[in-house]
Design a protein around this ligand. Structure first.
Ligand SMILES: Nc1ncnc2c1ncn2[C@@H]1O[C@H](COP(=O)(O)OP(=O)(O)OP(=O)(O)O)[C@@H](O)[C@H]1O
Ligand SMILES: [Mg+2]
Length: 237
């Protein structure tokens, strides 16, 4: 379980997050929505230790992720705006690099890495340098990299945006599988339709706080779609 507790983030005089609380249980998929500039990426960066909050804390299974960010990252997978992959390495070499960075057993890499590339539909290009990859291919590799170490927490920032239809199906399948092994998943998205079939809960971030929350039943009733549209101002601060 990951628990963002009264997280406040200021950039100079601008308060972007204002005492925000967000909890994701084991085996839960939460959608984080909200207008442009609302602070979604900022929150995701804070939860993944890439940025620190001005006030508040993020607990992973009861322990602050900032106590030792390097160790914390072994339990967190991130799909962000940057793919965090190396252009000069092949797809397989990229995964091998992160595998050893996470301290995973070397002998097990070959089979695990290839299986993962197969899962994201890149096995026929595994020996190509990432420099020649298209945007969607890079995104598929970023997804493979994010789940390589079977993290306890998966944080994804607009992961559907550069994927084709097949890629989105693959991602939905992966997220369902990660959920069933108990992973806590946060997906930042504007895509109401796509998230409606996946999320256990949707939270709408407006003016630095979670303004509205929709459970599975209310999402199924179409309330998220109407509610999200109503919240689409109140973003850029
Ligand atoms: N490093 C930074 N320095 C100063 N301001 C920042 C920084 N990072 C983010 N901000 C500000 O924080 C606010 C929230 O930005 P953020 O990227 O978190 O929004 P978002 O909800 O992800 O929006 P979008 O839907 O457009 O991706 C914006 O006003 C932005 O200018
Ligand atoms: Mg963003």
């Amino acid at each position: 379980m990951i628990d963002a507790m009264t997280v406040t983030k200021r950039f100079g005089r601008r308060i972007v997050l204002n005492g925000l609380d967000l909890k994701i249980g084991d085996g839960e998929i939460i959608a984080l929505m909200g207008p442009n500039g609302a602070g979604k990426t900022t929150l995701l960066r804070i939860m993944s230790t890439l940025a620190e909050p001005t006030r508040g804390d993020v607990l992973l299974d009861g322990k602050s992720v900032y106590d030792d960010p390097v160790i914390s990252r072994r339990s967190i997978g991130v799909v962000g705006h940057s793919t965090y992959t190396y252009d000069d390495l092949t797809a397989l070499e990229n995964l091998r690099f992160f595998w050893s960075l996470y301290g995973m057993p070397r002998k097990e890499f070959e089979a695990a890495g290839k299986a993962l590339l197969q899962r994201v539909g890149l096995s026929h290009r595994m020996n190509d340098r990432v420099a020649v990859f298209s945007k969607g291919m890079r995104q598929r590799l970023a997804i493979a990299r994010a789940i390589l170490h079977s993290p306890k927490v998966l944080l994804l920032d607009e992961p559907f945006s550069s994927l084709d239809e097949k890629g989105n199906e693959v991602l939905a399948q992966i997220l369902a599988e990660e959920r069933s092994r108990g992973c806590s998943i946060l997906i930042v998205t504007h895509d109401v339709q796509r998230i409606s079939s996946l999320a256990d809960r949707a939270e709408v971030l407006v003016r630095g706080k979670i303004e509205r929350s929709f459970d599975r039943a209310s999402i199924a009733r179409g309330e998220l779609e109407a509610g999200y549209r109503a919240s689409s101002d109140g973003g850029i601060v």
